[in-house]
Design a protein around this ligand. Structure first.
Ligand code: PNW
Length: 446
């Protein structure tokens, strides 16, 4: 079936959205009795974030959502305001900012965190679940594990190659599974919502398409990034076989008493099937090549693959983000095949701007258009069940270790102005037109 870009291109009930995250926009870091989170601690240290910036105030959404909002009712008010504006909230329970008090007990490396998370999730279901029907437990466990516990580039800033990331990832899966089971057993019968977790994934292709070594390295790369969390939840209930066998063999060779990749234990809540839809955060693509085996302890040695940019791909504001719209279509097909054709929400996708502010961000507008055309092809030509697309992000915000130097917003935020003035970018207007037309009918020339 060919796609006519002058027609409505998306299903009539397609969900359009824009995403944010608490630490990145709210500020209010000590407001109304809030204790510090690991990102507060991380940013208040030196040399970790661009120009030692922090999210103490960020976009100050905590106050600017409406001046008279106060702590207890903040999220209730946000949810009610969204519903009043005919916007359906999809709520993420954990987006990188763990309470520091839990980090002090070991954070995601502490097995007990699964019960604590489950209790917190149940509180949220009980408090907000009458109105919130779409839930995500965790945002990007891969990024939290790898950047937070292997590279130390994100909070909690742990640099412990090859060990901590697997433990943190494992406890995140245990926590997620418990929350899904609690929702299913205790809340779903009445609240009738859906719950999943947001997994980030690049699309990967072999550096040399004719090289079997590069093809195998590409498979390993997908197994170690996508499969690490998708396989336990959507495919087999365990980590990918290649992760298990490689890490087991290497751990033994490195003198560890047990494999560095934990086991899912008998008697623990089942992880397989604990997602009611697939939530995908996608930003970029990579070319992957095989590297020589190395005994160096770490995720990279376990994976034995090197991911690189294709020089022909344009790079937007931040160096890791090559713009490859077709990669999203390929990845959607990959998920369809690997995970049994799940309903998919694209819960984050976006384009970064750095340097001088350009409100006339035609490149970003073009990025959204090109990318959404690929999503359309995936829906209509490939039969992928894509249910929604949420742009990252609604507002320019605190971009983690890049501070305020990298801007992803549909709205510019003037962080030098005391009122943190919001101004819509051209891309915000163009995205609104796409949403209004449920496709490209009002913007397409061809
Ligand atoms: C996601 N990387 O994180 C997060 O969910 C958002 O909070 C964030 O603002 C957005 O992407 C843009 O970066 C990522 O280094 C952070 O590959 C870093 C990477 C990928 C995703």
């Amino acid at each position: 079936m060919s796609v006519d870009i002058r027609e409505n291109l998306f299903p009539s009930d397609f969900a359009w959205g824009a995403a944010t995250a608490a630490y990145q926009v709210e500020g209010g870091w000590k407001a109304h009795g809030k204790g510090p989170s690991i990102w507060d601690t991380f940013c208040h240290g030196k040399g970790r974030v661009f120009e030692d910036q922090n999210g103490d105030v960020a976009c100050n959404s905590y106050e600017l959502w409406e001046e008279d909002l106060r702590c207890v009712n903040y999220y209730n008010k946000v949810i009610n305001d969204l519903l009043a504006c005919n916007i359906t909230p999809m709520v993420t329970l954990y987006h990188f900012d763990l309470p520091q008090a839990l980090q002090d007990r070991g954070g995601w490396k502490w097995a007990g965190i699964a019960e604590v998370f489950d209790g917190y999730a149940a509180f949220c279901f009980r408090t907000f679940g009458d109105r919130v029907k779409l839930w995500l437990t965790l945002n990007e466990p891969y990024v939290c594990a790898k950047l937070g516990h292997e590279d130390g580039l994100f909070a909690p800033g742990v640099r412990d190659p090859g060990v901590s990331l697997y433990l943190a990832g494992h406890n995140m899966l245990r926590a997620h599974a418990r929350a899904w089971h609690s929702y299913s057993a205790l809340f779903r019968p009445e609240q009738k919502g859906l719950i999943s977790l947001a997994l980030n994934s690049d699309w990967a292709e072999p550096q040399d398409p004719s090289s079997p070594q590069d093809a195998a390295a590409t498979e390993r790369y997908m197994a170690f990034t996508f499969g690490w969390f998708a396989s336990p939840v959507f495919m087999t209930g365990d980590y990918p076989a290649t992760m298990r066998s490689r890490i087991e063999a290497r751990s033994a060779g490195q003198g560890f008493p047990a494999a560095r990749l934990p086991e899912f234990e008998e008697g623990e809540p089942r992880v397989l099937g604990t997602a009611d839809f697939f939530a995908l955060n996608h930003y970029t693509s990579r070319r992957v090549r095989a590297v020589s085996p190395s005994q160096t302890l770490g995720f990279k040695g376990d994976q034995e693959a090197e991911a690189e940019m294709d020089p022909s791909w344009p790079v937007c504001g931040t160096p890791w983000l090559a713009v490859v719209p077709y990669g999203l279509r390929k990845l959607l097909n990959y998920i369809k095949d690997a995970c049994g054709n799940p309903a998919i929400y694209i819960t984050e996708n976006g384009f970064a701007q750095t340097g001088p502010v350009d409100l006339n961000d035609s490149q970003r507008s073009g990025f959204y258009r090109d990318t959404l055309l690929e999503v359309c092809k995936a829906i209509h030509e490939d039969g992928v069940d894509v249910r929604g697309y949420f742009a990252w992000s609604l507002l320019d915000n605190f971009e983690w270790a890049d501070g305020f130097s990298v801007r992803f917003g549909l709205f510019h935020v003037d962080f030098t102005h005391p009122e943190l003035t919001r101004t819509m970018y051209l891309s915000g207007r163009e995205y609104a037109k796409i949403i209004m037309g449920n496709g490209f009918q009002s913007t397409a020339q061809s």
